[in-house]
Design a protein around this ligand. Structure first.
Ligand SMILES: C[S@@+](CC[C@H](N)C(=O)[O-])C[C@H]1O[C@@H](n2cnc3c(N)ncnc32)[C@H](O)[C@@H]1O
Length: 234
């Protein structure tokens, strides 16, 4: 199969701007979806090059959605590449937008890159992700830039928001007596389904999964295993 970098270099019709090291990260999370009926939503269409990339990479079976605030990108609309004109900051609108649709496998935010846009989109759309899906916020370096209301450790940036979400990964192990949930906003999809937050240069990747409480298992190396309750660390 042709590599994603080869596609970006030689097989897209329209211009696209991506940092070169993003391609390996995309491939790490996306390769299992190639030539499947994957459903992907990218916020930020611009010149249409990334829509070309996803079509070439995922194949004809993919259902690709591109969302942008600029109505001129409607020109990229086709049967299986669906353009939605919307403001990614309008959380309530986004929450309603896909109610009758199956969940997305991949959501990629490469839109306006302002903190409120990134947060509102995440809060509205993460719940709409498939139970094994992946949500990427791209060009997260804007969290450090004044021109994007950013700054190191500045509250309200997306990078600081994302750091708070890390606690949801271990929410199953909170002890009732600690009442730790009081410190987290109770968002059901995050509490029950956020399985990892992965940081890369310029990107944050959130994965979703089914966090059914698991037993611990003792492995004795002789074919014998013994299940223990997770409370074994008491
Ligand atoms: C960086 S470009 C997208 C680039 C494209 N993904 C690519 O890789 O070629 C950002 C796009 O986000 C759009 N955008 C800016 N603010 C937005 C908003 N509030 N809601 C939706 N889209 C927005 C812009 O119109 C622009 O087309």
């Amino acid at each position: 199969m042709i590599s994603i970098l080869d596609i970006a270099t030689n097989n897209i019709k329209n211009p696209m701007f991506k940092l070169e090291h993003y391609f390996d990260i995309y491939d790490k999370y996306f390769s299992k979806y190639r030539n499947t009926p994957v459903r992907i939503l990218e916020i930020g269409v611009c010149d249409g090059g990334s829509l070309d990339l996803w079509r070439e990479y995922f194949g004809d079976t993919a259902i690709i959605y591109g969302m942008d605030i600029n109505p001129s990108v409607k020109r990229f609309n086709t049967q299986n590449t669906r353009i939605i004109i919307a403001d990614q900051q309008d959380r309530e609108y986004l929450e309603e937008l896909f109610t009758d649709e199956p969940p997305f496998d991949i959501i990629l935010d490469d839109g306006g890159h302002m903190p409120d846009q990134q947060k509102n989109s995440f809060e509205a759309l993460f719940p709409l992700l498939h139970k094994d899906g992946v949500y990427i916020v791209e060009d997260i370096q804007t969290s450090y830039w004044k021109s994007f209301n950013g700054g190191l450790r500045k509250s309200n940036t997306f990078i600081e928001f994302s750091k708070q979400l890390i606690d949801y990964i271990n929410v199953d192990h909170f002890r009732e007596e600690d009442n730790l949930l009081l410190y987290l906003p109770l968002k059901t999809a995050l509490q029950t389904q956020l399985t990892s937050v992965n940081y890369y240069d310029g990107m944050v990747v959130f994965t979703k999964g089914n966090k059914i409480r698991k037993d611990g298992i003792h492995y004795y190396g002789n074919g014998i295993t013994k299940k223990e309750s997770i409370s074994l660390y008491n």
